[in-house]
Unconditional design. Structure first.
Length: 256
């Protein structure tokens, strides 16, 4: 057998289960399966999993997460939500490296860990951003007139960025994320955004015309790095003359 077609043809011609139809294909019990399980030591009694039923018994199984893993993910989610609500950073700066560490600990294939971390981060950020947006909206800290044009640009940029990210080698993507995290750390130490706030009131113009352009580069970088975009949107809003609360609130809304 040299190819997939030959394998399939062999199975349908030779494997007994595929020769049975109708009543003959129906098995009233699981005696054969129980017999095999007994021979190999009943491994199903040692693993926590749930059977997802299929046709003719050809279902799948899904592992339950151990309790410690659930606690770790809950704690990580709580920290992400706290950071998103307080600083408007979306939490991706924390999620991506933390998820990589967790996935390595769970023995995931090393070559796909970075992609799993980015994808999981981008998906989960939606929920923290939604909660943060609602909170800032109640405090009238969201510049809704800019949310739509910024978001349109972000969607376009994210589509291009995701294609670019998947074309990169795993190590190259890790290097990009590492550089970004160093930049975030440097900003936290030297407070570049505070310099913008204190030294000048407005360094660039943000309007319905320019907002999609800004949103496009934010969406591109965010999708590559695996963040919600708050790390870029909040400083952008501040540089555009908006106060810190407006910047954080608008960044959270765009992250949705």
């Amino acid at each position: 057998m040299n190819n997939y077609k030959e394998v399939v043809e062999f199975l349908f011609e030779q494997y007994p289960s595929y020769q049975k139809k109708g009543v003959n294909a129906y098995k009233p019990d699981l005696s054969n399966i129980h017999g095999i399980c007994k021979i190999i030591g009943n491994p199903q009694d040692k693993l926590k999993f749930i059977h997802v039923a299929g046709t003719n018994g050809k279902g799948s199984v899904c592992n339950f997460l151990p309790m410690i893993d659930i606690v770790i993910f809950l704690a990580l989610g709580a920290c992400t939500g706290l950071l998103a609500g307080m600083f408007g950073i979306g939490g991706g700066s924390v999620l991506v490296p933390a998820l990589m560490f967790i996935f390595y600990g769970m023995d995931f294939e090393a070559s796909i860990v970075i992609y799993l971390a980015i994808g999981t981060s981008l998906t989960s950020i939606f929920f923290s951003a939604l909660s943060s947006t609602y909170s800032h909206h109640l405090k009238q800290s969201v510049e809704w007139s800019l949310v739509t044009p910024l978001s349109i640009g972000m969607v376009v940029g994210a589509l291009i960025g995701s294609k670019y990210a998947t074309s990169l080698e795993s190590n190259d993507l890790k290097l990009i994320i590492t550089i970004f995290l160093f930049a975030v750390g440097a900003e936290m130490v030297f407070s570049y955004s505070q310099f913008i706030i204190n030294k000048t009131k407005k360094t660039l113009s943000i309007s319905n015309v320019t907002a999609p352009l800004h949103g496009s580069w934010i969406g591109f970088l965010s999708s590559v790095i695996g963040i919600g975009g708050g790390s870029f949107t909040a400083p952008l809003m501040i540089a555009g003359g908006y106060n810190v609360r407006k910047g954080i609130g608008t960044a959270a809304a765009c992250g949705v």
